[in-house]
Design a protein around this ligand. Structure first.
Ligand SMILES: [Zn+2]
Length: 343
């Protein structure tokens, strides 16, 4: 069977990335956020028809208070996923592909989210395997050299042995929990998670994946904690410097990567409830290994990741100009270039 990439018109993916780059230039010029944008599409290979799902998405870290509210994350909103499913159901029987075009190479959190989306669509028989394409322009290296963001460290962290990783994941019995945490989990009748700092509960989460494919209990707790800090006017709401407790017996790569971004330095798995794995059809351990392998073609990956080169990368150049101007005027880049745990 020919590779899906060989069946797409030459200019299709490159054209989508140039449009994303254009949009990201606008985002930077307007001072709304980082130099990244992405778009989501259904492509009908029979009809040569491209259907865009939702609008163009940009980085929304400042707006949401979540350090992982990247363009790809925004595209996989509950509303867009519903639209995507509707279009795929209507196109059932046609030769179809889903294309997520992102101006920059996805960080591990976004990579995991796209993989979850691909597997959800496959598990509902809406998309055949090997038909969810993620294409990007700027590599980690380009983004590091031009925009000064370094996502590579997160991917490298995935590949380390557990004791050397930035986020410590431990299995513990519930004995010895801080009081607030203990009473929450004592009352938990379903999968649940909690974020605490210094024994104080910041936020809790429940599994809401019937509405939002990414909203595991753990991701929900992290999102709520960041939202709370934003409401309370904390300078870096995305920086939790906290511990995540979960009723589950383990976590997958989605939770791990969200912890990296939110500076959650420790995860305590209590093993009180059985949690559905983060992605359908794969257990959390195997899913983690897939993400550790990154873009290298992995025979179990649901995603097909394709880099487009050359890529003009105008948004990152524009962003860099802004950073250089800030430095020239004696400003600090520290809060602008926040990069999560160990960053
Ligand atoms: Zn990301």
């Amino acid at each position: 069977m020919p590779m899906i990439a060989d069946q797409l018109p030459d200019s299709l993916l490159g054209g989508l990335l140039e449009k994303a780059d254009d949009f990201a230039v606008g985002t930077v010029k307007a001072g709304r956020g980082g130099p990244f944008a992405a778009s989501l599409h259904v492509y009908d290979l029979d009809a040569r028809e491209l259907i865009q799902i939702g609008g163009m998405a940009a980085n929304a870290v400042l707006e949401t208070g979540m350090a992982s509210a990247h363009a790809e994350d925004r595209l996989l909103s509950p509303e867009n996923v519903r639209m995507l499913k509707d279009h795929l159901a209507r196109k059932r029987g046609n030769d179809i592909a889903v294309i997520l075009a992102s101006s920059g190479q996805s960080c591990p959190a976004c990579h995991a989210k796209s993989e979850v989306a691909a597997r959800v669509l496959m598990s509902e028989n809406l998309l055949p395997s090997g038909r969810f394409i993620v294409t990007y322009g700027a590599t980690y290296e380009d983004t590091k050299n031009t925009a000064l963001f370094n996502d590579e460290i997160y991917h490298q962290d995935f590949r380390r042995a557990p004791p050397e990783r930035l986020v410590k994941v431990v299995e513990e019995k519930s004995a010895g929990l801080p009081d607030d945490v203990d009473s929450f989990f004592r009352a938990a009748k379903a999968p649940a998670a909690l974020i605490a700092r210094g024994g104080q509960v910041l936020a809790t989460g429940r599994d809401c994946r019937h509405d939002d494919i990414l909203a595991t209990a753990e991701v929900g707790a992290i999102r709520q904690a960041c939202a709370r800090q934003k409401r309370e006017g904390v300078t870096q709401p995305w920086n939790l410097d906290a511990v995540l407790y979960t009723t589950g017996g383990d976590i997958g790569p989605l939770c791990y990567a969200e912890c990296q971004w939110a500076n959650v330095t420790k995860v305590v798995c209590l093993g009180l409830q059985s949690h559905e794995p983060e992605a359908p059809g794969i257990d959390n351990r195997a899913f983690y290994d897939l993400m550790a392998a990154g873009n290298h073609r992995h025979n179990q990956a649901a995603l097909v990741v394709l880099r487009q080169s050359p890529f003009s990368n105008r948004a990152q150049k524009e962003w860099r100009q802004r950073l250089d101007d800030i430095v020239k005027q004696g400003g600090s880049l520290e809060s602008i270039l926040y990069n999560g745990v160990g960053g």
